[in-house]
Write a protein of this length. Structure first.
Length: 315
């Protein structure tokens, strides 16, 4: 099969487009004929060697976590899925398994969902990692997610979902993004927009019930200056200090800081799919690149400033 794969850990120079071995689905697995797969920051972080200490990191290796496609083969005990089903979901690549930037990928059946009606493969592939990360951040914020919410990095992959999800909860949303994307932020549901280059929200007078630092560029110490009494902060960057604060926040309200990572429980997907069906959430796909031009897609995504997601069209 064709894939966009790494030959070793490193930078963009280690990536190639070419042939790799077809995966064989094991017990409880599905083999997916991938139609589309998105690009996430975790892809270039894994490429750089973020998890090289985990055994089983073999090359050549495609990266990619999100996918949308059609079931191509079914391993034993793979539940109710059948060949031909249209599905989307995630592949577990952190442990060294091949990812979704390939024509075929083997995934655990429990990591697959039937595609929501009305979505293209490209739109479905844009959902799992980013949308479920945003959803989990707001879940951790609990009732604060329906109050005064600030989203830092409001038009990026996670951010554009966070704005929509917070608005769906009835929140008064302030978006922080580049000035050129202010209009898009308002279209997503933001009530106010701040330019991240010229306006530092951490020194303003306004107070927020929840600061969602999806850009991960502020940190708890600075953000706490604008938190309302009982307010909370969450970031997608799992620093040691925030991990500890997140653990404390599970038991002590005084912690008020959380690590927002992806949680893909069936209930999470079900909530996301309800909001999609109701028209309250919609993925934005900024650019689509054919798999053979995946290097260009990575370069665009890594450069930052993208509205929504960059997606690879595989078939």
């Amino acid at each position: 099969m064709k894939a966009f794969f790494a030959t070793s850990f490193g930078g963009p120079e280690v990536m190639r487009y070419g042939d790799v071995q077809d995966p064989v689905p094991g017990k409880g697995e599905l083999r997916i004929a991938v139609h589309a797969a998105s690009i996430n920051p975790v892809d270039w972080k894994l490429r750089s060697g973020m998890a090289r200490w985990i055994p089983g990191q073999r090359f050549p290796r495609p990266f990619g976590t999100d996918y949308a496609g059609v079931v191509d083969a079914v391993g034993g005990a793979a539940g109710s899925f059948a060949v031909g089903d249209r599905v989307y979901g995630t592949a577990l690549t952190f442990t060294g398994r091949p990812g979704t930037h390939a024509e075929l990928v083997a995934v655990e059946a429990k990591r697959a969902r039937r595609m929501p009606a009305g979505l293209s493969f490209e739109e479905a592939a844009a959902l799992p990692v980013a949308a479920l990360t945003a959803l989990n951040g707001l879940r951790l914020a609990r009732e604060r997610a329906g109050g005064r919410v600030l989203v830092n990095g409001a038009t990026g992959g996670v951010g554009h979902f966070a704005v929509q999800l917070a608005r769906a909860r009835g929140a008064d949303v302030t978006a922080v993004c580049g000035a050129k994307n202010a209009g898009r932020a308002r279209e997503l549901g933001a009530h106010a927009v701040l330019d991240h280059r010229s306006q530092d929200f951490t020194v303003g007078k306004e107070r927020f019930d929840f600061v969602f630092d999806v850009h991960a560029g502020v940190g708890f110490a600075r953000a706490s200056a604008v938190l309302a009494p009982g307010g909370a902060y969450a970031s997608t960057l799992p620093t040691p200090g925030l991990w500890l604060r997140s653990l404390l926040s599970t038991f002590l309200p005084m912690g008020r800081g959380f690590v927002a990572n992806m949680r893909g429980e069936p209930a999470d997907y079900a909530e996301l799919e309800r909001l999609l069906a109701a028209g309250k959430v919609k993925p934005i796909v900024e650019r689509i690149f054919p798999l053979a031009e995946a290097a260009m897609g990575f370069a665009l995504a890594e450069a930052g400033g993208v509205v929504g997601k960059v997606v690879l069209k595989v078939r």
